[in-house]
Design a protein around this ligand. Sequence first.
Ligand code: GLY
Length: 575
Amino acid sequence: MKARMAERISSLKVMAFAAAMLCLALAVSAREPVSAKHAMAASNHPIASAVGAEIMKKGGNAVDAAIATGFALAVVYPEAGNIGGGGFMVIRMADGRSIAIDYREMAPAAATRDIYLNEKGDVISGEGGPVTGYRASGVPGTVAGFELAFKKYGSGKLKWAELVEPARKLAAEGYVLSRRLAELFKAYSSRLENYEDSKRIFLNGGEYFEPGDRLVQKDLAATLERIRDKGAEGFYQGTTAKLIADDMARNNGLITLDDLKNYKAVERKPIEGSYRGSKIISMPPPSSGGIVLVQVLNMLERHDLRSLGHNSADKYHLLIEAMKRAFADRAELLGDPDFNDVPTEQLIDKSYAAQRAKSISKGKATPSSELGAGIQVGNEPQDTTHYSVVDKDGNVVSNTYTTNNLYGSAVTAKGTGIILNDEMDDFASKPGVPNIFGLVQGEFNAVGPGKRPLSSMTPTIVLRPDGSFWFEVGARGGPRIISASLQTVINVIDHGMDLEDAVNAPRVHHQWLPDEVIYEPYGMSPDTIKILESYGHKFASSPRSIASATAVGIDKEGYRLGVVDKRADGAAVGY
Ligand code: GLY
């Protein structure tokens, strides 16, 4: 059995490396985590994972590998991999330091509170609104975030240029499109065809790509060359910045040269919590992910979920009720911490969870309409991608980044090959009115110049009770990211699943409003649904997939493990 497993593992690795070398598109899956002796990178594209593994083989650490993987995803996974968006990186260094890097997009200086409202006071849809077109983009943060991570936490053994070059080469020489990627361009053609460079590059000038075609991105290769040679300056200043700002100016967009020049990635204090003795390290605001995750875990810790059983109605009842309460707090109390007094410490305190959970009744759902934020204060088809890296020394990177929607705002800034984000929709364009994820949000997250929109990205690292690194996880899928990360943690810690099963097990989602439980196809038996309905829970009219996660871990024998959700493409590649 062991020999068979080892054979399968090494053949997976060889296949994934071969995919990278030959530029073949390939989906790799495993019934157990992919496992390797030294290091592991797991992402939504096998080529990008292989780039990360290769960097570690050359002596780079997990941070170096995460940067190279991120740049490669911007080329081979254009639906979400990006340099025109932003995200969050949580790092745990082998020496025990925990770091959270915020490279979330920032609202341009011209973005005022009501900028997305029409004369009737309604949120503008289409061009001019927060979702599509030139006015939908925040100032991208990815390149600044990667440079900050490199300068402070990179190994120092590899040069920046060595981390960017694999992506540049992939853009210049092209890679073979899988069926999924080719079909996705077509599926999004009604958005992409409205913007000249998006149509030219991703829709093959209107002829469309077929699976097996090679996608070459010359403009993006030239942009990556400038970033390779000049660092973040090659993006935020000079030719690239001018190309972006000029295209914005020609098309009534918001981002200026000054906005680009002024962008800064920042380090923040990670959210730290505990769950049944394990330490949880996650992302603080402007992401809501870490706070909501820890809040729900704190509420659940008071119950013996293991004996309730993974799929039981009573376990789901507790989970749904805890999610409702934490998401209700999210709506009102979370936003950019540089502009609001976010009560972070209070929200993640176990005594607050005890008080908040008091209103959870056994066998009875609380209607969302009866729940608001628990603290009085002074006053996600969506896309994202998560990838995971662990190196030979035990340094770990948990990185989620996004352009928001698939292909962001649908705009490719002319001459750059860069797909720009539509992250402005993560603000509350009109507080109280749902965004594309159906999230209702409050004043804290209103649009404002220089502000960063609230996110649900949840890059999370879990340590064993003895303090050693156990696993990390994160996901793509708007607010459902939080649910996927959360239930992976519960599945490992409470239900004793291995990382593969924990990531792939069926899950549920509730985000306070709308007041409905989202469940997955084949994810819940009709009997369980009946019991939960008798408690008063309302279910979405049909099941649908809830986010997709990526994870790495280290097992007790020191093997590096990697898992990419069966709900998504990708592969874990180790050596
Ligand atoms: N754009 C999705 C999120 O940040 O939550």
